[in-house]
Design a protein around this ligand. Structure first.
Ligand SMILES: Cc1ncc(COP(=O)(O)O)c(C=O)c1O
Length: 376
């Protein structure tokens, strides 16, 4: 095992704080979603992200599906999504019976290209669902202009964007509603978990009811169901862990920002290596991934692996090239040259690479520099 492998922190990280909060739950008679700690987490996370309400759920896939279902998006409707994302960004649309419309990403930010999104709008477009890929937020001003007043919902897939900001407003508080993931690799995690945020009182009530079997907060009993819902409740065990994870998030982001700057500086004279850029309006970002592009990507990644730096040579295909969407009858695909190129030249490093001590970070920066020079 290389020296760097041993020195790069593992993830997830838990401390006595997680243990203490978990103990509170375990020693109570309620381990499920009706424990008060779940609502406490929803309030604290929504406030942190500058949104009015949070409705938590089991994971960040069902939250996307819940958003689309509750907004009444279904057969005959189109939802514009970026061609590069995790599969849930597309399957959530398909699972409610609507049609995912794949559009290209911007080369520098890796996020949905607002011009391409505008060209993809039809009379059937019901929503645009940008992903804040890797942390930097998508072009929220352009997307707000494109959707506002046209009956198109702007739905943020903020699975990667805990703590990210657009002109000081946090991810998930700009669109009509948003979805976050707390899956094992995310910057806050309970192994699994998700949450929907919205500042609309009426939407929040609908989400809460949908995720809790169609119950209403003011219902006369637990056995009165007012609408067709399901059980998506987050457990109290998840919420306990996430409260502790949220408390630590700001200092962890600050550490990643500092270490990313050290790494970027070490290769600033290597033009072959291009890091993901954030628009100027993106005033903070989670650094869920350290993303970049380099021509000889596979060679570069091999060198990183040899040096003990975990890395992923990007997705093996665009979303629409998944076997699932082989039959183009179930989706609409626009030209996506940048997304297709990314499959060959993009890579990412997980956020734990940005959470090492100073000396290790200097070693990581040096190894990345050597790998980039060897690949160039
Ligand atoms: C952009 C994006 N959206 C949605 C999800 C789905 O989240 P989950 O794994 O919690 O279901 C992920 C997951 O990793 C993701 O990367």
């Amino acid at each position: 095992m290389s020296d760097l492998t041993k020195r790069i922190p593992t993830w997830p990280i838990a401390t006595d704080r997680e243990m203490a909060l978990l103990r509170e739950v375990i020693e109570s008679p309620q381990w499920g979603g009706f424990h008060e700690i779940v609502q406490r987490f929803e309030r604290e996370f929504a406030a942190f992200q500058h949104a009015g309400h949070g409705v938590s759920a089991m994971n960040g896939t069902v939250t996307l599906e819940m958003v689309l279902s509750v907004l009444g998006i279904g057969p005959g409707d189109e939802v514009i999504v970026p061609a590069i994302s995790f599969v849930s960004s597309a399957t959530a649309v398909s699972r409610v019976g609507a049609t995912p419309v794949f559009v290209d990403i911007e080369e520098s930010t890796f996020n949905i290209d607002p011009i391409r999104a505008a060209l993809a709008v039809t009379l059937n477009t019901k929503a645009i669902m940008p992903v804040h890929f890797g942390g930097p937020m998508a072009q929220m001003d352009r997307l707000t202009e494109l959707t506002g007043g046209f009956g198109i919902a702007l739905l943020e897939d903020a699975a990667h964007a805990q703590g990210s900001e657009w002109n000081g407003k946090r991810a998930g508080s700009i669109g009509a509603c948003s979805s976050f993931s707390f899956q094992n690799g995310k910057v806050m995690t309970a192994g699994e978990g998700g949450i929907v945020l919205t500042s609309s009182d009426s939407l929040a009530e609908k989400f809460r009811s949908f995720a809790n079997q169609g119950r209403r907060v003011d219902g006369p009993s637990n056995f009165h169901h007012f609408s067709l819902g399901t059980n998506l409740r987050m457990t109290a065990l998840q919420a306990a862990i996430l409260i502790a994870q949220l408390e630590r998030l700001p200092e962890q982001i600050a550490l990643r920002v500092r270490n990313a700057a050290v790494i970027r500086k070490a290769v600033e004279d290597v033009p072959a290596l291009k890091w993901q850029e954030a628009p100027a309006e993106c005033t903070a970002q989670s650094y869920y991934l350290l993303l970049g592009r380099i021509a000889n990507r596979d060679e570069f990644c091999r060198k990183l692996t040899e040096a003990g730096i975990p890395n992923t040579p990007f997705y093996p295909h665009t979303l629409y090239e998944n076997p699932l969407y082989e039959s183009r009858a179930s989706c609409v695909v626009h030209d996506c040259p940048v997304a297709e190129q990314s499959i060959h030249d993009a890579f990412w490093l997980p956020h734990r690479v940005l959470m090492a001590d100073q000396e290790t970070t200097a070693g990581i920066a040096q190894a990345i520099r050597e790998a980039a020079l060897a690949a160039a």
